[in-house]
Design a protein around this ligand. Structure first.
Ligand code: ASP
Length: 582
């Protein structure tokens, strides 16, 4: 037996017990006649003591030769500590060691394995197994486990069945490129890794499984943005014989359960907002509604003077920054610089100071009088002491810019509190989205999403206006889940492929299996998928998903620990009938 107890277990009640412990040497303090060692494992830290008078000499010698991260086993007696440490649960006791076995030595670790580490991100990723020994990382992984267990228990309790779907498949479009895997046995042919199990979960509904879920890896070959992973985990779900309302209710239930179970937070009924409203009020389809600063559209009250910048703009829109009138001129100039950075891309920013005495001072006083500005304050909801920030230009871009400013200011003012949770359903997404590059419509969600009832005709006349039975669950300004009611009719599905620019042959080749299945009694169905990595991070009060993934990839999509991706040898290429051509 390697141990009788873990390193987080022993208390004052255990004094005088003979115990055996095992773990890693976190640190040693050697005074010559006395040596203390902090012994660590997943459960905590227990202090060992070796002392000239009470420990055998060879053991004293062995103890003084211990280095950081050596793996040891000790046997000894639990004794009361002279100077207690109230900061750790085992702080009242220590182990007077009688036997010491070094199970394995260790090189000096490349960074300190403590909560405050001196290791930079790259180094910690290269030695991720050492990083995982740190309490912070370890506890994040345990936390993730708790969340997935809560998800499994809840859904299982609601008659959902977890079913695995294959990884070696054909393309399922979710708007990204596929990762592909060459087939050795089928020369010149490739599998695609699933961007999601979308088509399989629909086939499970046709198979009569009724309620499915799966905690599943998905793979998307996208240009990497900060904090995106090429492989990530979804809680993927599907239900048969449901309307949108049923799906929303079920997964509002799951989310509420998680907030209660994991965070001890009770939230009421989730508010709902249409996609159009979200854009109008927050400039964004995943608004953070933990704080105000809602958009006020100013076209009507700002396009009647000689200010050409506003007059020629599609949209003039502002937000009232609470207490913003206290910003110095320099601070405001910095804000203007901030919105003009290429990442944000605004041309400039007009501002209005709302003085305590009810008067206004703006950067466009030449064009607008006090009465005009009072109207702006009315529309944006500005109070005396606030600062109104106004942007103008094309609708979509201007909204995105002001939304970025709103989030930045909220962050600076500490309004994005990690322990506050504001879920929100965004509904009525457009079915299609115009793509400038390819000059055609794309499915906004995916091609299996059904239009709202009665909107099929609109597809002919005004495709951009068609709304879908599609919804997103937003939590604290992050999209944590999205789904839709699906098409379950072959004719409608082929029409959809047609609108999306697939020739009948292409649609047949890629999705013939699904359309065939629709002809054998496909029930109405719909579902949703949650991004587990992000959900866990938010519930854990953080926003970096990498911190909750055991072995994440870096921003360039590389695993720096195993050094992947990597070339393969020419034999293997030959077997796969692949010739490199660069
Ligand atoms: N397959 C979709 C996605 O990955 C989710 C869904 O529609 O259920 O976003």
């Amino acid at each position: 037996m390697y141990r009788t107890h873990t390193n987080g277990q022993l208390r004052a009640d255990d004094i005088n017990k003979e115990v055996t412990l095992a773990g890693w040497v976190q640190k040693t303090r050697d005074k010559g006649f006395m040596i203390w060692v902090d012994l660590r494992d997943r459960y905590g830290i227990t202090q060992l003591i070796f002392d000239e008078d009470r420990s055998p000499k060879p053991i004293m010698e062995a103890a003084s030769a211990l280095g950081r991260e050596f793996v040891v086993q000790v046997t000894g007696t639990v004794i009361e500590r002279e100077s207690k440490n109230p900061n750790i649960p085992t702080g009242e006791i220590e182990i007077l060691v009688k036997e010491l076995t070094v199970l394995n030595a260790s090189l000096t670790p490349p960074f300190t394995i403590e909560n405050e580490t001196d290791g930079g991100e790259d180094l910690r990723m290269k030695y991720r197994y050492l990083d995982i020994r740190r309490e912070a990382v370890r506890e994040n992984l345990v936390f993730r486990h708790k969340v997935t267990m809560a998800v499994r228990n809840y859904l299982s309790g609601k008659s959902f069945v977890e079913i695995e779907t294959p990884y070696l498949i054909k393309s399922t479009p979710e708007g990204a490129r596929d990762f592909v895997v060459p087939s050795r046995m089928n020369q010149g042919q490739f599998y695609a890794l699933p961007q999601s199990p979308q088509t399989f979960k629909q086939l499970l509904m046709i198979g009569g499984m009724d309620k499915y879920f799966q905690i599943v890896k998905c793979f998307r070959d996208e240009d990497l943005r900060a904090d995106r992973q090429p492989e990530f985990t979804q809680i993927d779900c599907e239900m048969a014989f449901v309307e949108q309302e049923d799906v929303l209710t079920t997964f509002e239930g799951l989310t509420r359960h998680l907030l209660k179970e994991i965070n001890g937070v009770e939230v009421g009924k989730f508010p709902r907002m249409t996609f159009d409203e979200a854009l109008r009020r927050y400039g964004n389809d995943k608004p953070d509604i933990r704080f105000g600063m809602e958009f006020g559209e100013l076209n009507e009250v700002a396009q009647h003077r000689d200010f050409n910048i506003f007059n020629s703009a599609e949209l003039v829109v502002g937000i009232a920054v609470p207490g913003g009138n206290s910003y110095s001129r320099k601070e405001i100039d910095k804000l203007v610089d901030w919105v003009r950075r290429p990442q944000i891309g605004a041309k400039g920013m007009v501002y209005v100071r709302c003085n305590e005495d009810g008067s206004f001072k703006s950067s466009v006083d030449k064009f607008y009088n006090q009465e005009d500005l009072a109207k702006w304050a009315g529309v944006t909801g500005a109070e005396p002491g606030d600062l109104i920030c106004v942007l103008s230009g094309e609708i979509d871009k201007t909204r995105a810019q002001l939304s970025a400013l709103r989030m930045e200011l909220a962050e600076r003012m500490g309004l994005r509190k990690a322990d506050e949770f504001a879920p929100l359903w965004v509904v009525d997404f457009p079915l299609l989205e115009w793509d400038e590059e390819t000059e055609r419509y794309h499915a906004m969600h995916h091609p299996f999403t059904s239009p709202k009832p009665g909107q099929m005709e609109l597809l002919e006349t005004d495709p951009g206006k068609v709304k879908a039975n599609a919804y997103d669950l937003v939590l604290n300004g992050n999209e944590i889940g999205g789904g839709s009611i699906r098409i379950h009719d072959k004719e409608i599905q082929s029409k959809m492929f047609d609108y999306l620019g697939f020739t009948p042959e292409e649609a047949r080749a890629q999705f013939g299996f699904l359309m065939d299945a629709f002809e054998y009694g496909a029930p109405p169905h719909g579902g949703i998928a949650f991004g587990l990595d992000r959900l866990v991070a938010i519930l854990g009060g953080q926003e970096t998903i990498r911190d909750f993934i055991a072995f994440p990839k870096n921003n360039a999509g590389r695993d720096v620990m195993i050094d992947a991706p990597a070339p393969i040898d020419s034999e293997q290429l030959k077997e796969l009938h692949i010739k490199l051509n660069f």
